[in-house]
Design a protein around this ligand. Structure first.
Ligand SMILES: [Fe+2]
Ligand SMILES: [Fe+2]
Length: 192
């Protein structure tokens, strides 16, 4: 894991400065969330450093890379290809950096939309990305979400997905099927 961490840090240096700064802020939040949820700090750090490896790739290039790497593209992704930076990034790291940790792969893959199969590490990376303090203007409820995330990753994720879906529906926007499945799964599992 130390080798992968070093390679991720090397890769980070090639990303735009603003993106690097976001990634390091996400790393700090991920480390803060790891301990109350008994999640390995090394994996939380790696997930944070890896999550946006393809965030600076333009949408048309992400569509091409998806075809080359065998990444499934939904109609919603085709309409807004930036959603593919997680799946393409995960697949790239699996092929080029020998990312064999399945939980880490899934965390990178689903950090934009979430997914019903996300494990605690995946939920942590998803939330840490949204809890970057610089995104407070985007998510007005961020402080409350931060408190929730320290208590329960599931409740915080459900809160975020519900709020974002309402906002998107009010604007007449699409909702990614993986987000719908993730929210349904959180509700159904909490009822059982
Ligand atoms: Fe991202
Ligand atoms: Fe991010």
């Amino acid at each position: 894991m130390a080798e992968l961490l070093q390679r991720m840090q090397d890769r980070l240096h090639s990303l735009p400065d603003g993106l690097q700064a976001h990634i390091y802020r996400v790393r700090d939040v991920a480390l803060e969330l790891a301990s109350p949820h008994d999640i390995d700090a090394g994996r939380a750090e790696l997930g944070a450093l890896a999550h946006d490896v393809c965030r600076a790739v333009p949408g048309d290039e992400l569509l091409k890379m998806s075809a080359d790497l065998g990444v499934t593209v939904t109609d919603v992704d085709r309409d807004f290809p930036l959603l593919l930076h997680g799946p393409v990034g995960a697949e790239l790291l699996r092929k080029e950096e020998d990312l064999t940790d399945h939980g880490l792969y899934e965390a990178v893959r689903w950090h934009s939309t979430a997914h019903a199969s996300l494990d605690p590490l995946g939920k942590l990376i998803f939330l840490a990305d949204k809890l970057d303090p610089q995104k407070a203007a985007v998510y007005s409820y961020q402080a409350r979400l931060h408190d929730m995330a320290l208590e329960s990753l599931d409740l915080a994720l459900l809160e975020f997905l519900s709020r974002e879906m309402v906002a998107r529906m009010e604007k007449g926007e699409t909702i990614h099927p993986a987000s719908v499945d993730a929210r349904n799964s959180l509700i159904l599992r909490s009822e059982s």
